[in-house]
Design a binder for this molecule. Sequence first.
Ligand code: AVJ
Length: 311
Amino acid sequence: MDTGLARAQAQDDGFAQALTAGLARAPKQIACKYFYDETGSHLFDRICELPEYYQTRTEIALLERHAAEIAGLMGRNIEIVEFGAGSLRKVRILLDAARPDAYLPLDISGGYLATVVRALAADYPALALRPLVADFTRPLCIAGTARRAGFFPGSTIGNFQPEAAMALLRRMRGTLNGGGLLIGVDLVKDPARLHAAYNDAGGVTAAFNKNLLARANRELGADFDPDGFAHYAPYNPAAQRIEMYLVSLKRQSVQLDGRRFDFASGESIHTEDSHKYTIESFREMAAHAGFRPRAVWSDAERLFSIHWLES
Ligand code: AVJ
């Protein structure tokens, strides 16, 4: 989607440490949050526009169609807290419909938050903007006692292993002062449809995946050859998730931080899992995290879901 925004770069998000530790493991791995440097964020915006990637446009259509009902459930005199400031297009729908007293975007990038605040200040003069530089995957405490509506769109919850997703929901619940959580969740569906969404014909997802290697070269002085790796993103139906890998196309070595990492031909770096849920399986997980699932909206094809969970 066109957010019209670029994320600021060079925040110290621990990439160097995470990559050296992840490449020393067997099998090799790296957390998917490291995709999102400035280039990666632009590539992700392009993914959201792809014909194969139904998620973004489906979620936006659901938000638009049900905005009034969502606002009614959120109630009056609330604060909206967004976990990971993402697409302004999505939160604007909520700001217009729910008219909260304050918007608290939480993000690891202070530069990106500054851009968000600048973009919204002009259009919402009566809205208190309280950006918070924070990693929402870590323990969270947000000062203040006003009732909050949490917002966690984009099926980002799918990037966490189910156990970690449950723990994250629990932690988010603890920040809402008795309010609710509006959360977007991608649904289990025809594996061919899922496969196409992560293996687009234009190769944008492949470029997004390989940008991790380019990022390591740019920021850490590594010497990865991105063409020496293949983008591989199969759907694992037993685990109900897309798994994303970079697979070495040959035997090769990479220098990073004064260390050498060897790759056998065919050896992989696991870069992302994207878990899919049924409406029922997600509601069950939310209930285990202490929420009461109150409302759910989905499109006619059952591609994507948005849940309103009360705490
Ligand atoms: C929208 C961030 C959850 O799992 O679909 C898109 C990111 N990875 N294509 C997803 C992603 C590959 C993603 N999130």
